[in-house]
Design a protein around this ligand. Structure first.
Ligand SMILES: *Cc1c(COP(=O)(O)O)cnc(C)c1O
Length: 417
């Protein structure tokens, strides 16, 4: 059951996307997106929208952003051919290595971009939310870099589960604020950060971590992350001799996926987003928002969400903390509804197996989030031999060692073919 638009409307919205006209001036991606926030938050969002319009595409800001990406983040990240994995799968596999970016994932592209924007807007401090802690670490590092104090809201449950990242944030100079309200995880952390933002929208900059929420965040984060797809497109031409037939990315909130897909939307390439299939298809057993959810409003945007028949938002489950969210960026909801991008899911067990295979064949320990893209790409390859594919390797797996240690390496997976 997938939400689909009538063909003519879908085509018109895709054309508008390719012309760069979405989101529209109300922040909408066709029927999705927008800004569904309480009256008290409107001034803060309007101020931010104005700031984005003024600075994001300004030549001076872009020069500064590009310099930080190059000299501090370490871009461009490599495009890596994966010959041994290719042999296993029967397809020609290429990896876009966001794991090689500073702090170990794509999240830093967005964090440094927004930290620079905060500076331009004259903010005195930055607040951010985090679930697993990865965005908190990226935000803390970016704020240290630009010289702004940073406070990271984090659910009490997550603080318990992610102790190493809490320590990392503190060492990078951030205050970590424990959130004891609501579900005490990511959703509650976002709500608390918004609550503080309202108290001083001119002095505080809210650095949101994915392409989700009310306008202008989905647009802002897409623009900052599109560097992934822009680099990958050129690298495929230069190194592989042409564009891929299919591209895979994992989808939590959807920031690494939109960053990789957006610059490729106009090409004749199959684009596939892979969500967390968890342990099963039932509500609460996965985080497959697009693959199994329904339209509704969550945290300021009309998008696809996991909710029950009464509209109660559901808890999610995934082996990877970074995919464990009951909503998704509204632009992905549009791309699904137009049929341009296909969204599927991979379960915990297959993702673990794919992670192991990548380690053994290419010497790359990928993040558990990213492993979902590999799990589905592997299955897709078995049905599409001889194709050339690109996988968005969104982050490194070192942070996942405490989880991985619970699953012993299967004997014989390393060594020769
Ligand atoms: C946070 C994270 C994700 C999920 O976030 P998106 O916004 O969907 O990209 C995926 N991969 C890694 C490595 C992450 O840290």
């Amino acid at each position: 059951m997938t939400f689909a638009l009538p063909a003519a409307e879908a085509q018109a919205l895709l054309d508008a996307t390719l012309r760069g006209e979405l989101p529209d001036d109300r922040g909408r991606f066709g029927p999705f997106g927008g800004r569904y926030v309480p009256e008290t938050l409107v001034p803060a969002f309007e101020r931010l929208e104005q700031g984005v319009r003024e600075h994001l595409h300004d030549a001076g800001f872009q020069a500064e952003f590009q310099r930080e990406l190059r000299e501090w983040v370490g871009r461009p990240t490599a495009l890596t051919h994966a010959p041994r994995l290719s042999e296993h799968w029967g397809t020609e596999v290429w990896l876009k290595r966001e794991d090689l970016a500073h702090t170990g994932a794509h999240k830093i592209n967005n964090a440094i971009g927004q930290a620079l924007l905060a500076k331009r807007l004259g903010a005195r401090r930055v607040i951010a939310e985090t679930g697993a802690g990865q965005h908190g670490v990226a935000s803390a590092a970016a704020c240290a870099r630009v010289g702004l104090p940073c406070a990271v809201y984090m659910g009490a449950v997550d603080i318990e589960r992610q102790a190493p990242n809490v320590d990392r944030m503190k060492r990078l100079g951030a205050d970590v604020i424990a959130v004891e309200t609501g579900d005490k995880t990511l959703r509650a952390a976002i709500d608390e950060a918004l609550r503080e933002w309202v108290t001083d929208p001119a002095g505080i900059y809210y650095l949101l971590g994915s392409a989700v929420g009310a306008h202008p965040y989905p647009y802002l984060v897409r623009e900052l992350q599109s560097v992934i797809g822009e680099e990958a497109r050129q690298q495929m031409i230069d190194q592989a001799g042409g564009l891929p037939d299919a591209v895979f990315a994992c989808v939590g909130g959807g920031s690494n996926a939109i960053g990789l897909f957006y610059p490729l939307l106009g090409d004749d390439i199959e684009l596939i987003g892979v969500e967390a299939g968890g342990t099963g298809d039932g509500l609460g057993q996965n985080a497959a928002t697009l693959a199994t959810g329904t339209p509704g409003v969550l945290q300021g945007a009309y998008t696809m969400i996991l909710q029950d028949a009464d509209g109660q938002v559901q808890e999610t489950h995934s082996i990877s903390a970074g995919l464990d969210y009951s909503g998704v960026g509204p632009e992905h909801a549009l791309l699904q509804a137009t049929g341009r991008v296909t969204y599927v899911s991979a379960n915990d067990a297959d993702s673990l197996a794919a992670l192991e295979e990548l380690c053994a064949t290419e010497g790359v320990l990928t993040a558990l989030e990213t492993a979902h893209a590999y799990a589905y790409a592997r299955e897709w390859s078995s049905r599409n031999p001889g194709k050339r594919i690109l996988i968005g390797n969104s982050g490194r797996g070192d942070k996942d060692m405490p989880t991985l240690t619970r699953y012993p390496v299967r004997s014989g997976s390393h060594g020769g073919a």
